[in-house]
Design a protein. Structure first.
Length: 342
């Protein structure tokens, strides 16, 4: 449907940076857009957060989060004198440096490589919105991270989430490129929230997976497991979510080097013998094959033939309760007339 708009009757108007619509409108929260419109509409160069809250009908904390959001995207800049109480508005084009070039984090507390127990104790680092804004203004890599991650996650991040990302960047020493790579992996799992991303990266930190290359290799490993898991569940006809133990079995089979084709053969043997899906039974079959270095369907067929031949020979050579040679001699010399049976 086509529309023809007539906006002349509205009278005065104000400008909105084109990249707000072209690049950020899909990713920005509606409340954040309201705050931006109030800022751009204001005739004053200073916009008090309390006045913006009253004008937009939103809480002051939401206004502060909105200002932080638009500053991080480079739509406006601010001059702060009293902890996010005012914002000087400008439409700007913020140059973004190479995300691979990591500058030293700006912090009132020295950023150090934390000890491992700091993670196991679930250390929670909190930042004020004013501190977050100050850091991203001084560190272009951090500003780039806040900008790009909203595109990757396909959603707007708030001040609390920016604080969580800042902790990954500044305290855990993950660079911006690594965090963005991890975010892409989370989205591939249909996880679009920052809390899931933080949990994943803290887990990697505990495993000494900290550099971009290490994270890339871990994502490849986890992705291969996920693909293998999907194929195995399809063969098993399992629609329910696998349990933790079942996932451990699947990862074990992949590590052992068994193809999906071999899994299907083991599954069919399991069902033939038990009439049901049994992960432990399948694992026993695969472990037996691994012990005999059986890795192909042809080797399975050969092993089955050997087993059946051995079983047949065993039954044929089974000792009876009488001697066959003596019985043959008795039959040849036996006279029915003398026995009185005729």
């Amino acid at each position: 449907m086509k529309y023809t708009f007539d906006c002349d009757h509205w009278g005065s108007s104000f400008s909105v940076p084109s990249k707000v619509v072209d690049k950020y409108i899909k990713l920005s929260d509606g409340d954040f857009v309201k705050v931006l419109l109030c800022i751009l509409c204001s005739t004053e160069r200073e916009c008090d957060s309390a006045k913006l809250a009253e004008k937009s009908g939103l809480s002051e904390n939401t206004v502060i989060d909105a200002v932080t959001h638009w500053v991080s995207l480079g739509v406006i800049t601010t001059e702060r004198s009293d902890m996010a109480k005012s914002a000087q508005v400008k439409a700007v084009s913020t140059p973004v440096s190479d995300p691979e070039t990591k500058t030293e984090p700006v912090s009132k507390v020295e950023a150090v490589a934390p000890k491992r127990q700091s993670v196991s104790n679930k250390l929670c680092i909190r930042y004020k919105n004013s501190e977050i804004l100050e850091k991203q203004q001084k560190d272009p890599n951090l500003a780039h991270l806040f900008d790009e991650i909203q595109t990757v996650l396909q959603r707007t991040i708030n001040g609390t989430e920016q604080g969580e990302l800042l902790a990954l960047y500044e305290y855990y020493r993950f660079d911006a490129a690594s965090i963005l790579l991890a975010a892409e992996y989370c989205v591939s799992l249909e996880k679009h929230n920052v809390s899931y991303l933080v949990t994943v990266m803290r887990g990697w930190f505990e495993q000494d997976i900290c550099t971009y290359q290490q994270i890339e290799q871990e994502i490849i490993r986890l992705s291969n497991i996920k693909k293998y898991e999907f194929k195995v569940l399809k063969i098993f006809g399992q629609t329910a979510k696998p349990s933790k133990q079942q996932l451990e079995f699947i990862e074990k089979w992949l590590t052992m080097g068994f193809t999906v084709e071999m899994l299907e053969i083991a599954y069919n043997k399991c069902v033939d013998n038990t009439n049901k899906l049994n992960y432990k039974y399948i694992d026993t079959i695969l472990s037996n094959w691994a012990g005999k270095s059986i890795t192909t369907p042809e080797q399975v067929t050969h092993e089955d033939e050997k087993y059946h031949t051995s079983k047949k020979n065993k039954n044929t050579n089974k000792q009876t309760s009488y001697n066959l040679d003596d019985f043959e001699k008795f039959a040849m010399n036996f006279d029915l007339e003398k026995s009185g049976k005729l």
